[in-house]
Each structure stands twice: as structure tokens, then as C-alpha cells.
Design a protein around this ligand. Structure first.
Ligand code: FAD
Length: 475
């Protein structure tokens, strides 16, 4: 008997429950569909860069085990039944996802496949918990992280690691497949991805990243995670998003490190709680509202955002005149990733200082992040804007100068990404416009010439945001 194994955001062979189930059925037919169904938000350019390499790695891993990855593009609701039929498959297995519309699409697909006499297996491969599993005592959904995590944390037990066999039993014949090259997922001229070189998409790259983090990063994570110049975080987010590593592998790794005495329990708990935010965002997202479009807190739909294409362009390009903001946006453009602390600062600057709709920023991140993830991106943008579940209060407005001084005290991060002000002394680095003309001269900085003057005044912006947000208060 043949089982169709539908790979989605679970591009791995270790710890893959859908693969385990398919193997139990007999021969395995691995399929990946570039999803162009109507329910799916088209992936951004940086995600496609990653996907291309991740699929190449998965194909090679399957071929090393005597198998193949069948590639098709289009609407899975049509293609999965078609391929299953052509291959004479008796069952179809996949790991569930919870982006808006997907669960309902998958429910319809399951009904159709079952009606055609196929067995359908839907597994949990992407999350520590099924998002709707964590319930309040009265059976409701949580909207606040701390009680959510308090309820969820004790129930999370990592299952045993599962390894694929040396050879995957192959079906009698292979259906037609596209080639990856024909999908054209790579940027051509201009190639903006030269700064993406340090990433190693694929399962082996994910495992190396985790091993390096457990060896050097976990110990001290609780403090170092806030300092963008330090190697204090795991950078596992794109690997997790594409499912090249199971979140349970991180869970087991962190717990083993504590047991071996390689990291204090408090650091491991902090790391696990960050994975908890990933779960929380998925749980909020699985309730059905498309949070990239609609405020979780409906009062925020009344906010009158400004339209300012010039300011939006300056923000995207890292030319706002606020060094920590510009550093973050340049890191994002160059590497496809930005440190979490700086994501918060940059997002806050767009929504509060420029008072531009956070959806514009969410869309930019969606296109440029290699870890762009519907639930985490929209959830975090809404957190920053104040409209999300368990969000930062709208009236708390980050000062980019204070944030820079606190989390990049010696300026290493800013100097790396904003080299035109690198020679400014630390004291003025996070607010160059406050430096005396002589200091600017000596550092070779010409405000408005070699580096922008601030595009908006901090105190003015703060007052404007508070006034405009006041509409929320009375509702
Ligand atoms: P680590 O500190 O090593 O954390 C380990 C893992 O925990 C991460 O890989 C990630 O899966 C998860 N995690 C950590 N923080 C968060 C968080 N706040 N929310 C959800 N999960 C978290 N994360 C994404 O994966 N995709 C996104 O599209 C995304 N967009 C964001 C947009 C904004 C405006 C902000 C403020 C944050 C966003 N994040 C997003 C969350 C966070 O910034 C990244 O997950 C983190 O920076 C990834 O780096 P890391 O793997 O080194 O994190």
C-alpha cells in the first residue's frame, strides 16, 4: 500500500509524526505543493529564498534514502486528490497548520479524500501543543499570555525522538514532478540576497544551529537575549517556521542542558517561554480572525493612521535619522532577519512615532523576513501597536534613544549597520542631532548630508500619538 506524505511547513525527516504514520502504512510518496490556493497568503521574497534551499535540502535527504520529493504548484485542494488517485495511494498524511482559512480548507480536503475511500491522518508536527488544546477552567480560550503559559507549561512533555529509516520504501511508480529551478524562487538581477550567506536552510543546518546555541547561547540567555550585538539568541526562527526542526527538539535540548549542568534552569525556562509566545500567537491566530488585517481589539479599528509614503520609504530603507531604528531595518534588508529587541523598537517607531498603520510594517516584514510567520508577525505587530491580545499599552512609547543606550550601550550594533556615524563617541551615537557641531565634524558626520536628520521630532511624535490614540480610550 502507498501513503501520500504531504510536506508543508515540516520540511524534515527526524521527529516528523506524519512521516512516522505514513511509514506505518507502507510505501511513502513524498509530495510538496507550492500552495497557490485561494486561502493562502502569497509568501514574501525572503521566505521564497529560504524555501528554495530548504526544498533542495529535503530532496537530497530523501534521495539519499532511496526516495524522492514530488514537486507541484497550484491549489492543494485539487492537486492532493489528483496525485493520490494517480499513485493509487490508500492514505494521505500531513501535519496541521493554523493560519487563517487553512484549517477549514484542510477539513474540506479531508472530507473529500475520505469520501473517495482514502484514510487521512492529520498530525501535530509544528507545535508543542495543538493551539486549541489549552483552555481556561470554563473551557474558553486564553487572551493573556501568562495564564495561558501557566496552564500550558505543565502539560508539555516531549515525545521520544523519531528517526527515519535508512531507506524509505518507494511506491511502485513516481508521478510527474516539476523541477525546483522551474519555480524560479530565487531573486535574479538585482540579487538582494548576498547578505543571506550565513544561513543554512534545511534540517542539517537547523540541527547545527541548535547545537551551537545549546553549547554557547543558552547559558545566560535570560540577560543576553536583549542585546542585539551579542550572540545571545538562537536564530532558530526560520528553521522553526519551515519545520526543519521540531519545537520538541528545542524543548529536549534545553532540558538536557539543565540536567547536564550546562545552563541554569532560569535561562532554559526563559527560552521555553519564548517558544510559549510562538504557541500563544498560533492559538490566538487559530481562532479564525485574520490578524494581519484586523485588530484583535476592535476599538483600534477607529484609529486614524497617517498616510505618509515618504516616511514609510525612509523607514523601510533605514533612513529615519534614529540610529537604532535604521540599524535594525538595514539588518533586516541585508540578512533577512532582525533581532527581537530591535524588531520591537522599529515596529514601535513606525506605529507610534510615524503613526503609520502597523499593517504597512507587517507587510514589509512579511516580504523581507526569512522567518516571516503569519501568527507571530501579525501577533507581534499588534502587540507593539497596542491592539493585540495581551499587548503593550498604547500609551507606552519607546524612546529610540533610551532603548539604544540601554541595549546597545557600547554602540557595536549601530556601528555595524550604520557605519556613516561609526566615529561618533558613544555619548552621542544614539542621538547624533544632539552632538555639538565640532563633534559631528570630527566624526565626519554631516547631518542631512552623510546621515539623515531625524525625520520626526521625538517629543512632537509622542504627543501626536497619544492624542490620536485617545480615540481608543473612550470606547
Ligand atoms: P530566540 O530568542 O532564540 O527564541 C527562540 C524561538 O522562540 C524563536 O525562534 C521563535 O520561534 C520563538 N519566539 C521568540 N520570541 C517570540 C515572540 N515574541 N513571538 C513569537 N515567537 C517567539 N517571529 C517569527 O518567528 N516570525 C515573525 O514573522 C516574527 N515577526 C515579528 C515582528 C515583530 C514586530 C516583533 C516584535 C517580533 C516578531 N517575531 C517574529 C518574534 C521574534 O522577534 C522572533 O521570533 C525572534 O527574534 C527570532 O529570533 P531567535 O530565533 O534568535 O529567537
Amino acid at each position: 500500500k502507498t501513503a501520500l506524505l504531504w510536506f508543508r511547513r515540516d520540511l524534515r525527516l527526524v521527529d516528523n509524526p506524519a512521516l512516522v504514520a505514513a511509514l506505518a502504512d507502507g510505501a511513502v510518496l513524498p509530495v510538496y505543493i507550492l500552495d497557490e490556493g485561494p486561502e493562502v497568503r502569497p509568501a514574501g521574497a525572503a521566505s521564497l529564498w529560504w524555501l528554495n534551499r530548504s526544498l533542495a535540502a529535503l530532496s537530497a535527504d530523501l534521495e539519499a534514502r532511496g526516495s524522492r520529493l514530488i514537486l507541484r504548484r497550484g491549489d492543494p485542494a485539487r492537486l492532493i486528490p489528483e496525485i493520490a488517485d494517480q499513485a493509487g495511494a490508500a492514505s494521505v498524511h500531513w501535519n496541521d497548520l493554523y493560519d487563517p482559512g487553512l484549517r477549514e480548507r484542510d477539513d474540506r480536503l479531508e472530507t473529500r479524500l475520505s469520501a473517495a475511500g482514502l484514510a487521512v491522518g492529520r498530525w501535530n508536527g509544528a507545535h508543542l501543543l495543538r493551539p486549541d488544546e489549552v483552555r481556561t477552567r470554563t473551557g474558553g480560550a486564553f487572551s493573556v499570555f501568562t495564564p495561558f503559559w501557566r496552564a500550558a507549561r505543565p502539560g508539555i512533555g516531549a515525545p521520544e525522538r523519531t528517526e527515519p529509516p535508512e531507506r524509505l520504501p518507494a511506491p511502485a511508480g513516481w508521478p510527474a514532478s516539476d523541477t525546483l529551478e522551474a519555480w524560479g524562487l530565487q531573486p535574479t538581477a538585482p540579487d538582494w540576497s548576498t547578505g543571506f550567506r550565513d544561513w543554512s536552510p534545511g534540517e542539517a543546518g537547523a540541527r547545527q544551529r541548535l547545537a551551537a546555541f545549546l553549547a554557547r547561547g543558552l547559558n545566560g540567555y535570560g540577560r543576553a537575549r536583549d542585546f542585539p550585538a551579542e550572540p545571545g539568541v538562537s536564530r532558530l526562527s526560520p528553521h522553526l517556521h519551515f519545520g526543519e526542526i521540531s519545537p520538541f527538539a528545542l524543548w529536549r535540548g534545553a532540558q538536557n542542558a539543565v540536567e547536564r549542568g550546562a545552563a541554569p534552569e532560569a535561562d532554559a525556562e526563559k527560552f521555553l517561554a519564548e517558544l510559549g509566545w510562538r504557541e500563544f500567537n498560533a492559538a490566538i491566530c487559530s481562532r479564525g480572525t485574520d490578524l494581519a488585517r484586523t485588530s484583535f481589539d476592535p476599538r483600534f479599528e477607529a484609529v486614524a493612521w497617517r498616510r505618509d509614503p515618504a516616511a514609510l520609504a525612509a523607514w523601510r530603507q533605514g533612513r529615519t535619522g534614529y540610529p537604532i531604528v535604521d540599524a535594525g531595518l538595514r539588518e533586516l534588508w541585508t540578512t533577512g532577519w532582525m533581532h527581537n529587541r530591535v524588531r520591537m523598537i522599529c515596529a514601535s517607531f513606525l506605529a507610534k512615532h510615524l503613526f503609520i498603520d502597523w499593517r504597512e510594517g507587517e507587510a514589509w516584514f512579511w516580504d523581507t523576513l526569512v522567518d516571516a510567520d503569519h501568527a507571530s508577525n501579525a501577533g507581534n505587530w499588534q502587540w507593539v501597536a497596542g491592539s493585540g491580545a495581551d499587548a503593550a499599552p498604547y500609551f507606552r512609547i519607546f524612546s529610540p534613544m533610551a532603548q539604544g543606550a540601554k541595549f546597545d550601550p557600547d554602540g557595536r550594533y549601530v556601528r555595524k549597520w550604520v557605519p556613516e556615524i561609526a566615529r561618533l563617541p558613544d555619548r552621542w551615537l544614539h542621538a547624533p542631532w544632539t552632538a555639538p557641531p565640532m563633534v559631528l565634524d570630527q566624526a565626519g558626520v554631516g547631518l542631512g548630508r552623510t546621515y539623515p536628520a531625524p525625520i520626526v521630532d521625538h517629543d512632537f511624535a509622542r504627543a501626536r500619538a497619544l492624542e490620536a490614540y485617545a480615540v481608543v480610550k473612550g470606547r
